[in-house]
Write a protein that binds this ligand. Structure first.
Ligand SMILES: Nc1ncnc2c1ncn2[C@@H]1O[C@H](COP(=O)(O)OP(=O)(O)OP(=O)(O)O)[C@@H](O)[C@H]1O
Length: 304
């Protein structure tokens, strides 16, 4: 059981602040590090792994700094985002390489075990250049697991995977978490995080924007005001009806062709619109949220 702790951690590159005064405590189970591109997720993972020194603050595992600490490196496995592997090696050679680097006592046995864990025994003697994206990700995970680390850090592990590969990887991570390991993975896709993470840490523009279980993060999102475009057979009448709805904050006619509606209770609003329309003989032609993108969710979380 390992606790990963970030205390007042910042990292800058020249005058780019990649990570800005982040405090986080991460325990066993799966934690999703969620944020848009460039938010600082890779930088955070590199600092957690002890590969990159923080410009200020400390990263510890069970109270011991991760940076420059060989004993701690043995307890961490990192799956980097980079696609480029040693394509000329077989899967088994690639995993074995890390077993040797980590000075694993029985490297052959450990290599075989790690390859078995990710279900790659059948392809282990093939060159990595012949692997699919999903297989490459799995062999990277095997390499990161070869020294049996308690902490597994994965940078965008689902990138480019098809739904079957993704499900397989999610199953693996869930399995590792059930063994008591501390798993942290980064993603910019909310649904990925929702499916397997027990805990979610949201990072935006280098700042720690929100933290909690998925339900808490989701509540933050759905309780915020949402914008919608509504088109109907009678926009003017629908506007009058909507204004009286408790969930609706404001209605505007957009160029006489559609309504722009701001509502602050997603569930109530999306129930009210079809009900009102039906009761008043109005046909709804379109109901589209305009600000559903992750970025708008993040900017809301950060600014609130
Ligand atoms: N070596 C570097 N030199 C200069 N700037 C860097 C370096 N590495 C990262 N950055 C900058 O730091 C910020 C955070 O980058 P980081 O890669 O950690 O974000 P990320 O959330 O992992 O994004 P992505 O998903 O796009 O990789 C970005 O503005 C990035 O341009």
């Amino acid at each position: 059981m390992s606790d990963l702790m970030l205390t007042d951690v910042s990292r800058w590159y020249g005058n780019v602040v990649a990570v800005n005064d982040v405090n986080m405590q991460i325990g066993p189970g799966i934690t999703g590090l969620l944020g848009p591109n460039g938010a600082g997720k890779s930088t955070l993972l590199s600092m957690m792994a002890g590969l990159l020194p923080p410009s200020s603050g400390t990263v510890t595992i069970d109270g011991q700094p991760t940076r420059g600490n060989v004993a701690i490196y043995r307890r961490i496995g990192l799956v980097p985002v980079q696609e480029s592997l040693y394509d000329f090696l077989t899967g088994a050679q690639f995993v074995r390489l890390n077993a040797d680097l980590q000075r694993v006592i029985q490297p052959d046995k450990a290599t075989e075990r790690a390859i078995g864990l990710v279900d790659m025994a059948g392809a282990a003697s093939r060159k990595i250049s012949t692997y699919s994206k999903g297989m490459k990700q799995r062999i990277k995970v095997a390499s990161a697991l070869v020294h049996d680390p308690e902490v597994l850090l994965l940078d965008e592990p689902f990138n480019g995977m098809d739904p079957i590969q993704r499900r397989h990887m999610m199953g693996l991570l869930t399995h590792f978490a059930a063994q008591g390991r501390t798993i942290v993975f980064s993603s910019h896709i909310l649904e990925e995080v929702e499916q397997i993470a027990r805990q979610v840490e949201v990072v935006v523009a280098g700042r720690h924007a929100a933290s909690g279980d998925f339900a808490a993060i989701r509540r933050l999102m759905t309780d915020r005001p949402n914008q919608y475009v509504v088109r109907s057979s009678d926009d003017r009448r629908l506007a009058t009806l909507l204004v009286a709805e408790p969930s609706v904050r404001g209605v505007r006619l957009r160029g006489g062709k559609a309504l722009e509606v701001e509502a602050d209770d997603f569930g109530a609003f999306t129930h009210a619109v079809p009900k009102l329309a039906q009761e008043n003989g109005i046909r709804i032609l379109e109901l589209t949220p305009t600000d559903e993108s992750l970025e708008s969710v993040f900017s809301y979380l950060v600014n609130s």
